[in-house]
Design a protein around this ligand. Structure first.
Ligand SMILES: Cc1cc2nc3c(=O)[nH]c(=O)nc-3n(C[C@H](O)[C@H](O)[C@H](O)COP(=O)(O)O)c2cc1C
Length: 413
C-alpha cells in the first residue's frame, strides 16, 4: 500500500462558497505540510553517495562539459531509461492520474506545471498543488519561472521528492504571456540561460527543460545547445512552435525533433502526436529520441502505454485488433479509487470524467447533462453514473492488437 510522502491540508468551504465547490478536496486526510516533510526527509536522506547528482558532494562542485553529459546519462540510466512518459498537464497530470497511467505502462511522469513564486511563498498552494507518494517515481516536477532565485527556492522544496526539476519553456497560452513565462521566454534567452544555470549549479537534482520549436530550425538547434551548455540534463521537445497552439490542427514536427536529438549529447524526449503505441514505435524510430511524452491522448485513454487503443485508431484495421477486455468505464472507476486514496480537488476529477467518458457521453448526452448539473460531486454519484451508463448498454471497448502485437517489445526496453 502506498504511503504519502506529502499529504494535503484540505480547506473545506462552507455551503455559501458553492462557487468554489470544485476546488474542494474530494476527501479529507491527515495532513502534514510539505515543508515539514521536506525537512525531515532531507535530514535523513542523501547519505548514499550514488544518490542522484548529490554524488557531486557540494552542489556547487558542479562540473563542466563532458563530465556533465556523462552524469546526465548516468542519472537517466539509473532511472531505467524510461521511454513512455506522462506529459505535464495543468489540472490533469496530478498524483492519482499519474498512478493510473503508471499502472498501465507509463514509465515516468511529469507533475502539472507549478508556479515557482506561488510555490515558494504560499504554503496552501504547495500543499494543494503538489502531492506525491513513494511509488510515484521517476517523477519530473515542473515549474514556470522568470526569476532564478525564486525558481531555486521552489526547486529546493521538491528536490528530495523527484528525479528532475523541470522548467516549462513551452506554455504558449495567454496566461503565460501575462505572467511572462513558458514559451514567452523564447524572446529572452539570457534569462532562460540564467534559470537553467541557477538550478544546475545549486541543486543536487538534475534540471530538465521542456521547449517548443522556433519557426526556424537553426534557431531551435542554437536554443537547444544553449540549454545543454547551461546545464540542462534532459530536454523534452514539443514539436510545434509557440503559434501552433492547436495540436489537432498542427502535426508535431518529428524531423525537427530528430535534428535536436542529433545536435545534443544529453537525453532528448519527443512530444506531440503520440496517440497509440504505433506512434511510439514510429517516433522512436524516426527521431532516435530516448523517450516520448503523451498528453491529450492519455486523458482519453490512460492505458495507451499498455498497448490499448480507442476505436478511432483501429479503423480499417479491425481484423488485426480485438476487444482488450478493458474500457474507459473500468479506467474511470480505477481512477476514482485512486482519488479516494490520494485526494485531489473535485474540479480535477470532473475534468478526468469528461476526458475518459467523452465518447460514452456522446451516446448518452442526458448522463452528461446530469453530471453537469451536479454542483457538489461525490464518489457515490460518480460510481452510480458509470453503472447507469452500463445499464443503458453503453460499452465502448479499448482494443489491443492481435498476436503479432509488438507492444511488449517496447516495454521490455
Ligand atoms: C490539459 C493540458 C494541460 C497541459 N498543461 C501543461 C503543463 O502544465 N506544462 C507543459 O509543459 N505542457 C502542458 N500541456 C502541453 C502538453 O504537455 C503537451 O506538450 C501537448 O499537449 C502536446 O502533446 P500531445 O500532442 O500528446 O497532446 C498541457 C496540455 C494539456 C492537454
Amino acid at each position: 500500500m502506498a504511503t504519502h510522502i506529502i499529504t494535503q491540508n484540505p480547506t473545506i468551504p462552507t455551503a455559501s462558497e458553492e462557487a468554489l465547490e470544485d476546488d474542494r478536496l474530494c476527501s479529507g486526510i491527515s495532513s502534514s505540510s510539505l515543508l515539514e516533510q521536506e525537512q525531515s526527509q532531507s535530514s535523513s536522506s542523501s547519505s548514499d553517495p550514488s544518490d542522484s547528482l548529490s554524488s557531486l558532494g557540494s552542489p556547487n562542485g558542479y562540473l563542466n562539459g563532458q563530465c556533465r553529459i556523462e552524469r546526465a546519462w548516468t542519472h537517466w540510466k539509473k532511472l531505467g531509461e524510461p521511454k513512455l512518459i506522462v506529459a505535464p498537464m495543468v489540472d490533469n497530470s496530478e498524483l492519482p492520474f499519474r498512478m493510473l497511467c503508471r499502472k498501465y505502462g507509463a514509465e515516468a511522469a511529469y507533475t502539472p506545471m507549478l508556479h515557482s513564486r506561488l510555490f515558494s511563498e504560499n504554503e496552501k498552494y504547495r500543499t494543494q498543488e503538489f502531492t506525491t507518494c513513494k511509488e510515484d517515481r521517476p517523477l519530473f516536477v515542473q515549474f514556470c519561472a522568470n526569476n532564478p532565485d525564486t525558481l531555486l527556492e521552489a526547486a529546493r522544496l521538491v528536490g528530495p521528492h523527484c528525479d528532475y526539476v523541470d522548467i516549462n519553456l513551452g506554455c504558449p497560452q495567454r496566461i503565460a504571456k501575462r505572467g511572462y513565462y513558458g514559451a514567452f521566454l523564447m524572446d529572452n534567452l539570457p534569462l532562460v540561460k540564467s534559470l537553467v544555470e541557477k538550478l544546475a549549479q545549486n541543486l543536487p537534482v538534475p534540471v530538465s527543460c521542456k521547449i517548443r520549436l522556433f519557426p526556424n530550425l537553426k534557431d531551435t538547434i542554437t536554443y537547444a545547445r544553449m540549454l545543454e551548455e547551461a546545464g540542462c540534463a534532459l530536454l523534452a521537445v514539443h514539436g510545434r512552435t509557440r503559434d501552433q497552439k492547436d495540436g489537432t490542427k498542427f502535426r508535431a514536427d518529428w524531423i525537427a525533433i530528430k535534428a535536436v536529438k542529433d545536435a545534443l549529447m544529453i537525453p532528448v524526449l519527443a512530444n506531440g502526436n503520440i496517440r497509440h503505441m504505433d506512434d511510439v514505435r514510429s517516433c522512436l524510430e524516426e527521431t532516435g529520441v530516448d523517450g516520448v511524452l503523451s498528453a491529450e491522448s492519455l486523458l482519453e485513454n490512460p492505458a495507451l502505454f499498455a498497448g490499448f487503443r480507442t476505436a478511432e485508431w483501429i479503423e480499417g484495421k479491425e481484423e488485426s485488433n480485438r476487444d482488450g477486455g478493458l474500457d474507459q468505464g473500468d479506467l474511470l472507476v480505477e481512477y476514482l479509487k485512486l482519488c479516494e486514496e490520494y485526494p485531489v480537488p473535485w474540479r480535477i476529477i470532473r475534468a478526468h470524467v469528461h476526458g475518459m467518458l467523452g465518447d460514452w457521453f456522446r451516446i448518452h448526452p442526458e448522463v452528461r447533462e446530469d453530471l453537469n448539473k451536479q454542483r457538489m460531486l461525490t464518489f457515490e454519484f460518480l460510481y452510480d453514473m458509470v453503472n447507469r451508463l452500463r445499464e443503458l448498454g453503453t460499452r465502448i471497448p479499448l482494443y489491443v492488437s492481435t498476436p503479432k502485437n509488438t507492444d511488449a517489445e517496447i516495454f521490455s526496453g
